[in-house]
Design a protein. Structure first.
Length: 451
């Protein structure tokens, strides 16, 4: 996956790179990607670069030559770095207060800014005066290198380690652990210091191997870091690879539809017993937790008080569908999507009466999403689409604007060519519980009943 796709870069962005472990390389790689796509790319720094790094860039010029000269250079080179002065082997950028003038007077598509320094170390905790992020920044990329894991927490391996020691009580010189990297990335006083309030934030774990144990550790860092609502995503990859990003992890929630009347069952089907003394709805929520899906919104309707009493202790959010008597599934889905936190990028749509929901299926759907294979992802058994379906936020507006007579499949089918299907070997993705016969059959298929 290219950086542009992973970071979700758009024209007009001001992108600031902070942290440690590959800022300059990431800026340069993204700049070339965009320039090769025909974008007019400006770059600069609010700190400094080593003079030798100018050789990585196609063209560099003094910002004082004026907007007309800068525009002409963009026409000739597509990717231009602006500096103020070169002293003692360092290239300094113009004052960050100059950014608005640059944006107003030069016809560029994007501005890339190296807004931090780390002396070549793999992990950074900033001092009080760092980083220097222009207020106009719309996208911030905090960077850390996985090479720091297992290294001593000292000044030879971590920039400003004392800040971590003071805040978290870590022992000086002890080996840096996986959770520590996640804590730095998501901490507003450390890895996210100085980020403008309205800026999007996508972190990058550089030097992630393509396979093996360490890559799984990188996934753990991503999941832990995404507990912060300030992060829109965490990219895993290596800036030296031809396709620098292997995965992009974004916050994914689940809407569990549990508001049905159970008219053919004669009792609330989601509250029927399933396994280990748990009801169907409890079992489904537990499966989502096992797949590390968070947040989970359970939508209630009929039997709302009973369902809420069962699931609330499981740490989920409960949303009541006020239109449950007349609105069918669509109104419950709308209720669930509206209850999702703003930072959630996509949601699984989970049927509350699908008790054989399997974490391994959820994992495969989430893996396809993290690999950038689409924002409409569904499991398929023998070429039949099942649940849970992952729906990216970009489609939520269409779902929320459907008329009362509509159905979720109207939006899904309208984007048929955009659906990624994950072939699975279990029919559990197709089967739910609508009748007593279904319930008995599902228990038999799950090995809970022998008859």
């Amino acid at each position: 996956m290219k950086l542009q796709q992973a970071f979700d870069v758009i024209r007009g962005d001001v992108v600031a790179f902070i942290g440690a472990g590959g800022k300059t390389s990431t800026l340069v790689t993204l700049g070339y990607e965009l320039a090769e796509s025909g974008w007019r790319v400006l770059a600069t720094t609010t700190t400094y670069l080593d003079q030798g790094q100018l050789s990585l860039l196609p063209y560099a010029m003094h910002y004082g030559q004026g907007s007309e000269a800068i525009s002409q250079a963009l026409t000739e080179h597509n990717f231009v770095f602006l500096y103020d002065r070169i002293e003692n082997g360092r290239v300094y950028g113009p004052d960050e207060n100059w950014t608005p003038k640059l944006l107003d007077n030069v016809d560029s598509d994007i501005l890339l800014v190296e807004a931090d320094g780390a002396d070549g170390l793999p992990l950074k905790v900033p001092f009080e005066h760092e980083p220097i992020i222009p207020p106009e920044t719309s996208l911030v990329i905090p960077i850390a290198s996985l090479s720091v894991v297992g290294k001593p927490l000292d000044e030879d391996h971590v920039y400003n380690p004392q800040a971590m020691i003071d805040k978290y009580g870590y022992h000086p010189g002890s080996n840096v652990r996986i959770p520590w990297v996640a804590q730095v990335l998501r901490d507003e006083d450390l890895g996210l210091r100085g980020v403008p309030q309205k800026a999007r934030v996508v972190a990058f774990l550089n030097q992630t191997p393509q396979r093996g144990y360490v890559r799984s550790r990188a996934r753990l860092i991503a999941r832990m870091a995404l507990k912060s609502k300030n992060l829109y995503g965490v990219a895993l990859g290596s800036i030296r690879a031809p396709e620098p990003i292997y995965e992009i992890h974004r916050p994914v929630g689940a809407v569990v539809l549990a508001g049905g009347a159970s008219s053919r069952m004669g009792q609330p089907k989601v509250l029927m017993p399933w396994i280990d003394g748990k009801t169907i709805i409890e079992h489904i929520v537990i499966q989502l937790h096992r797949a590390r899906v968070d947040p989970v919104v359970v939508v209630t309707g009929h039997y709302a008080d009973e369902v809420k009493a069962i699931v609330k202790p499981l740490g989920v959010k409960v949303a009541f569908n006020r239109s449950h008597k007349t609105g069918e599934m669509l109104s419950s889905l709308k209720t669930g999507l509206r209850a999702m936190p703003d930072h959630v990028a996509a949601s699984l749509i989970v049927l509350g009466d699908q008790p054989r929901l399997q974490p391994r299926v959820i994992y495969r759907v989430l893996k396809a999403y993290s690999e950038g294979r689409g924002e409409l992802i569904a499991p398929s058994y023998r070429k039949r689409r099942g649940h849970p379906i992952l729906i990216g936020r970009r489609y939520w507006g269409e779902l929320l604007s459907l008329p009362r007579s509509g159905a979720p499949r109207d939006v899904i089918n309208a984007h048929q060519d955009e659906i990624t299907y994950i072939n699975v070997k279990t029919d559990s993705v197709l089967r739910d519980v609508d009748t007593p016969e279904d319930y008995r059959d599902e228990r038999r298929r799950a090995g809970l009943d022998s008859s």
